[in-house]
Structures are given as structure tokens and as C-alpha cells.
Design a protein around this ligand. Structure first.
Ligand code: 4NP
Length: 143
């Protein structure tokens, strides 16, 4: 199974989601992440995401930000979006129903993973906890 995590900048939430999910699943699966904007392309994950991941024994220091492409919508089997804006923007890139069916919010009940970019380390830890729980559910479905 090929899984793509998507947020806005691909520096805070989706790199964390990628690292957390990878730590929970068999390595025959592939996990990647991308952003809906290219503003941070080539950058490492936000230092606060790196720190919070490290505190939970997950290393995301190798991550580099990249924007999502149309090819991603063919290549990946499931595309998990962090919030409704990301979801709307990825859905707008889909060229057929098969692609649309792959795209979903990572949380149930229309809930969103809050953007921690303008917050502090505690907001990043909260995001980690939300994603850790969400990835348990994702991992159950794909392992
Ligand atoms: P992310 O967080 O979407 O979780 O990576 C953000 C990263 C960058 C910006 C906003 C949110 N930004 O405005 O540049």
C-alpha cells in the first residue's frame, strides 16, 4: 500500500504524520508526504516537528518539503489530508472518480488537525498526539 500525507506547507503536520505512520506499519508499505503549496520546497521539517518527533523516538530529520503533483494522485493508493482546505485543494486536482476516492481527511467526523505553525512547542505536541491516534487507526486498516 502506498500512502501520502498532505498538509499546506509539508513542514509541520504531514512530515509528522509520515514519520508516525511509518513507525507503526510493516516496511513493505510506502509512506510519503507533500504540501498543497510549494513555498517551503526543499526545506527540512519545522524544527519543532523534528523536536517533538525526536522526543517520541521518531527521526524525521531527513524530510524535505515538496508540493503535491498530479502524478501523486495516480501513484498513491490513499491520500490523507490534515484539514478541509487541504482536502478541497487536493480534490480539485483529481481528474477522475478513482483519484477522488483515494482522497480523505485523516480524522473522522470532519475533524481537522490544527495548523501549529504560528503556535509553540505545546501545539506541536498536541498535533503529535492527534496524529499518533489517527495513525493507529490508519495502520489497523493497512497492516
Ligand atoms: P503545515 O504548516 O501545513 O502543517 O506544514 C504550515 C506550514 C507553513 C505555513 C503554514 C502552515 N505557511 O504559512 O507558510
Amino acid at each position: 500500500m502506498k500512502i501520502l500525507m498532505v498538509c499546506l506547507g509539508n513542514i509541520c503536520r504531514s512530515p509528522l504524520a509520515e514519520g508516525i505512520l511509518r513507525s507503526k506499519i510493516n516496511d513493505k508499505h510506502l509512506v510519503d508526504s507533500a504540501g498543497t503549496i510549494n513555498f517551503h520546497e526543499g526545506e527540512k521539517a519545522d524544527y519543532r516537528s523534528i523536536e517533538v518527533a525526536k522526543n517520541h523516538n521518531i527521526d524525521i530529520s531527513m524530510h524535505r518539503s515538496r508540493p503535491i503533483t498530479k502524478e501523486d494522485l495516480n501513484y498513491f493508493d490513499r491520500i490523507y489530508c490534515m484539514d478541509k482546505n487541504n482536502y478541497k485543494n487536493v480534490l480539485a486536482m483529481a481528474e477522475n472518480q478513482e483519484q477522488k476516492d483515494k482522497i480523505m481527511l485523516i480524522l473522522d467526523n470532519d475533524a481537522e488537525v490544527p495548523d501549529p505553525y504560528y503556535g509553540d512547542i505545546n501545539d506541536f505536541e498536541k498535533v503529535f498526539q492527534i496524529l499518533d491516534k489517527a495513525c493507529d487507526t490508519v495502520a489497523l486498516k493497512i497492516n
